[in-house]
Design a protein around this ligand. Structure first.
Ligand code: DX5
Ligand code: ZN
Length: 220
């Protein structure tokens, strides 16, 4: 059974609390927290997402799935450890060299948090292979990072398939998270390709009944 990680990036201003309670009731598996610094991507959601994730941590035990789209990964890790995330995912493209990636993986683990590495649509899936034995999840962006409500890029489905085969052939225990443009029209291809954690924001937040859409997305 796949898990759903609801992105709260596009939650309407002033309706944050209502949405959080409704998502908890609708049994989202994770809250997906999109942290953008205005440098790695154009938008800056840093303070807004810190506020919302702090609020969620106070009222909910559901796991926080933190997605860092930032240049200064170490600084963001230190800031967001405060909301006790279940997993922190940073972008391969934020790092200049391999040692930095290994140091970040180690640092996140030392702080009792699971680790994910994210790759943009233009990044080759092979670029993440060497890090897979040391992390818990690979986040394959199925849209360009930076905003919600985009259309899934079909070529990224192939990347998920290739990653799934590599994971199985190398007996690795690792989650594949697909992130961006996931809705009832695209979900089947993403699941068939091998993703087992699906991020969805717009498709869920625009629904009248969150539980109906979450159950639909999860359906085998
Ligand atoms: C985009 C974010 C995604 C996005 C998903 O940079 O990483 O998590 O918010 O939202 P939808 O489902 O609207 O594409
Ligand atoms: Zn995301």
């Amino acid at each position: 059974m796949v898990e759903i990680s609801t992105s709260i990036l596009s939650v309407k201003k002033g309706e944050e609390n209502k949405a959080i309670f409704a998502l908890e009731k609708a049994k989202t598996d994770y809250f997906h927290i999109d942290i953008m610094d205005g440098k790695f991507v154009e938008k800056n959601t840093y303070d807004k997402m810190f506020g919302i994730s702090s609020y969620i941590r106070r009222i909910s035990n559901l796991p926080l799935d933190v997605h860092l789209m930032v240049d200064n990964v170490k600084e963001a890790i230190n800031d967001f450890l405060a909301v006790e995330p279940n997993i922190i995912t940073f972008h391969l493209e934020s790092c200049k060299e391999k040692n930095e990636i290994y140091d970040l993986i180690k640092y996140i683990k030392e702080n009792n948090c699971r680790v994910g590495i994210a790759i943009k649509p233009c990044t080759k899936i092979e670029d993440v292979y060497e890090f897979l034995p040391f992390i818990h999840m690979c986040l394959v962006m199925t849209v360009e990072p930076g905003k919600g409500g985009q259309t899934l890029i079909p070529e990224t489905i192939e990347k998920i398939k290739t990653l799934k085969v590599y994971i199985e052939e190398n007996n690795l225990e690792i989650d594949i998270e697909a992130d961006g443009g996931i809705n009832l029209a695209t979900v089947e291809n993403v699941k068939d390709a091998g993703a087992n954690i699906l991020v969805s924001g717009t498709a869920i937040l625009m629904a009248k009944d969150y539980k109906v859409i979450i159950d639909e997305l999860k359906k085998e």
